[in-house]
Design a protein around this ligand. Structure first.
Ligand SMILES: *Cc1c(COP(=O)(O)O)cnc(C)c1O
Length: 394
């Protein structure tokens, strides 16, 4: 244990368990720890570091904006804020005027804004999927299914129905004319990268329409290029009423957004909601730099190609029973509950990966991950599994 790990334990609340490493520096998809060891970062701060670490475009945008105008209250606006809102609407395919944006500092706050927006329909009932993760604040937690996260904090805001993810019949049975919104992740991230059957999002759209309910997609993890498109739902052609984003949006600078499409964009009225930091010029400049770099470096195409290569290569090992995901959001089911051992073995071998469940590995690397780094991980993967499985047998 380094002294920083001891000092962490002494001075930070124990909400996350002991930190795995003390990281001191990063560049591209690589990070270095306090002992000078180098790692390929295949987790990307949990789908956050879209441009990797210390990308010059992000550093330049944040530095320049901070030197120019760092914060104004929401009594005022700034040019990056307006440009970002317009850009998000363009990427969503509705264009400026086709919707409205509320900017936040995190994913849970984006979902809080959206949750409050749904209440402005005059209805309170929300239908959500089992396995969902929508955040840790009380509102977002009420919409999150995991009992271990919820139970210690009950009572939570009510009138929420959970249905099995991917089951359109169960969804149809749960939604009524009293339902304010149906909330779904286009791919469930925290559950371990769970992809719904084809047609599920379209069925959700039809069910919501039938009952006058809003359709809300939580793209906090799947949005901003992660799956090879700007938003994971775009390839289905389904148009949601509300979309929430965060994680990759600022490339590591904290920012999130709640986007209301069409009339859903005007449900929140003056006085209904607010934030001090949300939409501050530095965060908006960071997000504009992330989006601009994804465009200028052709990263959507890169993510699609490299994601396929990784899924094919990693899934070729017989100890991988299922490979899921799109682009650079990848879930790997192992034939035994050895994912914690695989995380440790990977770290020993110089790779950072994540275990969302005992039998699953998740990868969400920077979108700038190089083909060489991906190749190095593919080469190391069998030995990582050897060690994880051997340790489990010992
Ligand atoms: C991470 C995540 C959130 C919460 O975002 P925070 O920034 O941690 O508050 C919400 N929804 C989904 C789908 C997420 O993956």
């Amino acid at each position: 244990m380094t002294s920083y790990q001891e000092r962490y334990t002494a001075s930070l609340m124990n909400t996350f368990g002991p930190p795995r490493l003390v990281l001191v520096r990063g560049e591209g998809a690589h990070v270095w720890d306090a002992d000078g060891r180098e790692y390929v970062d295949l987790l990307g701060g949990i789908a956050v570091n879209a441009l990797g670490h210390a990308h010059p475009a992000l550093v330049e945008a944040v530095t320049t904006q901070l030197q120019t105008l760092g914060h104004v209250s929401n009594f005022f606006t700034s040019t990056p804020q307006v440009e970002l809102a317009e850009k998000l609407l363009e990427l969503l395919g509705v264009g400026a005027g086709g919707g409205k944006v509320f900017l936040t500092n995190s994913g849970t706050e984006a979902n809080e804004a959206a949750f409050k927006l749904t209440r402005r329909t005059g209805r309170t009932h929300v239908v959500v999927a089992e396995g969902s993760f929508h955040g840790r604040t009380m509102g977002a937690l009420a919409l999150t299914s995991k009992a271990a996260y919820r139970t210690p904090f009950e009572p939570l805001p009510g009138d929420v129905t959970f249905v099995p993810y991917g089951d359109a019949d169960a969804l149809a049975a749960a939604v009524s004319d009293e339902t304010a919104a149906v909330l779904l992740e286009p791919i469930q991230g925290e559950a371990g990268v769970v992809v719904p059957p084809d047609g599920y999002l379209a069925a959700a759209r039809a069910i919501a329409d039938q009952h006058g309910a809003l359709l809300w997609f939580d793209e906090v993890q799947t949005g901003m290029g992660r799956t090879g498109g700007w938003f994971a739902h775009l390839r289905t052609g389904v148009r949601p009423d509300v979309v929430t984003v965060a994680k990759g949006l600022g490339g590591g600078f904290p920012i999130g957004a709640c986007i209301g499409v069409g009339d859903a964009g005007t449900l929140l009225e003056p006085g209904n909601h607010g934030t001090t930091f949300g939409g501050n010029p530095v965060a908006c400049a960071a997000a504009l730099a992330v989006i601009g770099t994804i465009e200028s470096e052709g990263l959507l195409e890169h993510v699609t190609v490299l994601g396929q290569k990784l899924r094919d290569g990693l899934g070729a090992d017989p100890r991988v029973t299922e490979v899921r995901g799109e682009g650079l959001l990848i879930g790997l089911d192992l034939s035994a509950d050895v994912s914690a051992g695989a995380v440790s073995a990977a770290q020993e071998a110089g790779f950072i990966v994540n275990a969302p469940t005992p039998g699953r590995i998740r990868l969400a690397p920077p979108l700038v991950l190089t083909t060489d780094d991906a190749g190095a991980f593919l080469a190391a993967w069998p030995a990582i599994l050897d060690e994880a499985f051997a340790e489990a047998e010992a």
